[in-house]
Unconditional design. Sequence first.
Lengths: 224, 247, 669
Amino acid sequence: MSSSIGLKWLMAVTGIVFLLYVLLHMYGNLKVLAGQEAFDTYAHHLREIGEPMLPYGGLLWIVRIVLIASIIGHVYAAFTLWSRSSSARPQGYAVKKSISSSLASRTMRWGGITLLLFVIFHLIHFTLVKPNFNSEADAAAVKESPYVMVSASFSLIWVVLIYTLAMIALGMHIYHGAWSASQTLGLTSTPRARTVAKTTAQVLAALIVVGFLIPPFYLYFSSL
Amino acid sequence: MRLTLKIWRQDGPDATGGFETYTVDDISEDMSFLEMLDELNENLQARGIEPVAFDSDCREGICGTCGLMISGLAHGPEVTTTCQLHMRSFSDGEEITIEPWRAHAFPVIRDLVVDRSAFDRIIQAGGFISVDTGAAPDAAATPVPKVQADRSFDTATCIGCGACVAACPNASAMLFLGAKVTHLGELPQGQAERNSRVVDMVAQHDHEGFGGCTNIGECAASCPKEIPLDVISQLNKDLRVAARARR
Amino acid sequence: MTELIDGLYREGEPIADSKAPDGPIETRWERHQFENALVNPANRRKLSVIIVGTGLAGASAGATLGEAGYHVKTFCYQDSPRRAHSIAAQGGINAAKNYKGDGDSVYRLFYDTVKGGDYRSRESNVYRLAEVSPNIIDQCVAQGVPFAREYGGLLDNRSFGGVQVQRTFYARGQTGQQLLIGAYQALERQIAKGTVEMFSRHEMLELVVIDGKARGIIARDMVTGEIETHLADAVVLASGGYGNVFFLSTNAMGCNVTAAWRAHRKGAYMANPCYTQIHPTCIPQHGDKQSKLTLMSESLRNDGRIWVPKNAEDCDKDPRDIPEEDRDYYLERIYPSFGNLVPRDIASRQAKNMCDEGRGVGPAIVEVGPDGEEREVRRGVYLDFASAIERMGRESVESKYGNLFDMYERITGENPYEVPMRIYPAVHYVMGGLWVDYDLESSIPGLYVTGEANFSDHGANRLGASALMQGLADGYFVLPNTIRDYLAKGPFEPVAEDAPEVEEARRSVTDRIEHFLTCDGERTVDSIHKELGSIMWEYCGMERTAEGLQKAIGLIRELKTEFWTNVKVLGSNDQLNQSLEKAGRVADFLELGELMCIDALHREESCGGHFRAESQTEEGEALRNDEDFSYVAAWEYATKGEDAAELEPVLHKEDLVYEFIEMKQRSYK
Ligand SMILES: Cc1cc2nc3c(=O)[nH]c(=O)nc-3n(C[C@H](O)[C@H](O)[C@H](O)COP(=O)(O)OP(=O)(O)OC[C@H]3O[C@@H](n4cnc5c(N)ncnc54)[C@H](O)[C@@H]3O)c2cc1C
Ligand code: HEM
Ligand code: HEM
Ligand code: SF4
Ligand code: F3S
Ligand code: FES
């Protein structure tokens, strides 16, 4: 498992966990479009799934634990492989051109770090601290209603911008990551399978970027 | 034509190296890249300067001995080996930077010559089919379907040049490994050792200090024999199957 | 010993015994193997063998002896055994499998090989080669060599080199590569098991002979410059051919004669050194800065038509502007029944004749003529596919020859679909090599020689696809069975690292290196090598005359003096030093070249790859003289006086007796 390919599996599997989560999360976020009541009920409902088998918020906690374990595994593998590849070429080239690699593939690591920073910020922003950036909004309401929290934030252009940039980083990470994961899992050993994998990755990346960005932009423009 | 060459010079494995700049004149475009370097070396020797060391043998693109990083591209701007690169791919007055393959697992021996014995050790770890001389059944006893035979051949054409490692941002040798694993894995004869082969070769690969693959694809694009990227997927798959079989 | 003949050599005792068994030819090898002594498996580990060279011949022998349990040490000058020059072979490998059911058999392969060799090879050896050939294919397939297959999954064969049966196995145009990778992997497997120790980037520079037996080698670690002594019970040379004596050849840059020549100087006979094979379809030289020549498959002659302009004035015209009536399809004209498909040597010689007449095409190259004057000559003839493209359509030409056309275009920058290709003959293979008996043992006991480095199986001319066969036959099946008869007498008395013979051998190596590094002359090694090459090509190439050869011997002797007094090698010994490596090789090539010319001069007949202008039929064909020359010329090293630079070798003749095959003159008219 500590072989370079073993670590890659870990990345691929955890990466796919993220992917699934992100897809669900994106679907949930789109409920913002249905208005305050729908969104708040949804957020509340999330915490009730599985009751009474699970306590209030139980499923959410299971998801959180899986996500936390995944991020640890993913980041651990990423950094171990990173350090191995930098010691694999202690002396770089004076001139190096790339011929076939995409920008996305070459920026996986920095892109990943961007994402990590974003996630930390994002958790503080919407889950842990829920600071109120918007002086016009009511701080208590922000903490009470997820819809208010979200719409208050996204009426600020700089918040929208941060999220937009993060989503572009995410799109690139997934664009290469989803194809890469299928290669890592050995699903692409025929030319056809490779085309399929590449196309799927492109579609997924586009879907996720667009899907995530609809709510912030919708909220921003409706706040004008 | 006239060219400016920025060449990496390093006296020995432990010496610190650096770039030297030379110019060559009267280079005809029919000359091969290595003949251009031969010419440079004749001139240098006439001036009492030690010639630039570089590796080559067959000069036909098949032995895999040659290999230079030419202005940032492994084997230069064409899909071929350095020895089969001709000067018509360059233009008069151009400046060309020439560096050795750079990888921890390919230490520099001198100037542009590197030690690629790590590849031999990877083959030693499992890149073979165990059959002692004289113990073979009749060659016609096992037919091999044409599709498999062709894929096996396509991947068997790897010349072990190391360009994949040189071009890979991670200095990973997965394309080289994948080629061998696919060559032997496509054949009925190669099945008995298929699992142990891939496990042992990957372990040796990591042990030699090559980097991990992040599926960037520079390797396949630089490979003079056009080994396709799907051999890396095949390698991953074989390793997955092997890991399951071991449990 | 007889007196000096032609002022050049003496004749010694004929070779009495080549150990070739007698009796029915079909059972000779089997009986011989049975009669050879066995070595108890428990003793094998105590017996050590050094193998110099890891091409097909060396790697296969190394793997097989390692599997048997001997302690093997293998050496090569490249950075990995996978890079030996065997890798460049394109066409294929012969084997008498008769998978096509077209009437092939061991006997037919035997017959074709003897005939192809122009009746200058040993019947017993050739029969054995044909006999083990099917086993080679079995072995290679089991190792995973991906030979070409048909749709049904069975192995495919093609016909090659003008024979009428389809017995050639191939792997696209990369047969040598695939066979070598197979042998290399088998060798690496033994290295991993510890039975074989591999020394890459090590060059053998001297043989150690003690009490008349080969007991080791002196090798230089090409990275550190260390001079190492390696001792063993037996030594095998599998160091390949010496075609690079011509400077330009299709051989790899590093191919050399040093290992063989050092053994020759220690007493191993050199047999038929003048037999050289010149391949008609190579890409011509583009200028005087060229480093090597590239072979194009002979199959091109099946559909291409060869011509030169009728008038020398047309030679620098665009060939497409030369009208049909001004073209000379000279092979079709001279040999109406064989046309463009005449054997290699004839096609080569006629191309040279056309260019010598001033009707060659392509860039004019400066060379030194027979008169010693510099002149400009165009060295190339057209190989034209225009009519083939018209007849078969561009597509089918492309599917048949596409990869060759691409290769041609890459090297020359010309598109052969549009403009006729230019070709010219080039040195390709040497049939000569160290003399060996039926056991592949040289005239030094304990020194065995395999592959292209020996002279054994191809007579005066080698058939296409037979060199690979011989290398692997020697390494997998013959040597391991013959060397055990010798090893069974061992382990021999251990040799001390400071034995006087070892010290002497080391000193000869270090003295030479010291000399090169301190000579501090004016000439680079390459410039001398080039000069030697042009002398050899001019006088000892496709056509040889007594006068020319005598002249060449004089020129080589002068060049030798120039080399030893005026060479310039920079750098030091204790690092990778490629000029130093080359200097050692060129030193030996110079002596070899001299011997080749002496051999060519003494053989006053034409046979196979050796064409003496004085010995031709009325139609200008090679004329053999079986009466006087049906022998192997095995040369013993000797010089004029103690340490004189000039050779004065001793000729030992091994008579060739044909019991099974009747000798015939060949004719292609
Ligand atoms: C372009 C080309 C195409 C050919 N095509 C065909 C073909 O289609 N069919 C066919 O049958 N034949 C073909 N031949 C001929 C055939 O390839 C060779 O004759 C054969 O491969 C020689 O094998 P070998 O093992 O004897 O020597 P090589 O493969 O030349 O190996 C020599 C070995 O000796 C080592 N060595 C040499 N000198 C020293 C030294 N001093 N110290 C240490 N190591 C040393 C080298 O490192 C190398 O490992 C072709 C040849 C050429 C040049
Ligand atoms: C510190 C944070 C992160 C770092 C350093 C990081 C780095 C990487 C790297 C180096 C890869 C391998 C790329 C390749 O194989 O080509 C990768 C793959 C992947 N990452 Fe991340 N990443 C991070 C966070 C994330 C996050 C937050 C997500 C999800 C939203 C994610 C999803 C993926 C996916 C799906 C893959 C594909 C798996 C594979 O290549 O096999 N990553 N990541
Ligand atoms: C425009 C994009 C996004 C918006 C509008 C958004 C919105 C939200 C909101 C409103 C919450 C709080 C939900 C609640 O507490 O009920 C939340 C939580 C969360 N978001 Fe996002 N999100 C976005 C993008 C992302 C991305 C790209 C990731 C991951 C890479 C992510 C990961 C998370 C996580 C891990 C939580 C915490 C869930 C929990 O455990 O409570 N979000 N997000
Ligand atoms: S895979 Fe391609 S680039 Fe890598 S060693 Fe083989 S031939 Fe060279
Ligand atoms: S470039 Fe490197 S990252 Fe993998 S796909 Fe090729 S080995
Ligand atoms: S020198 Fe052999 S491949 Fe370039």
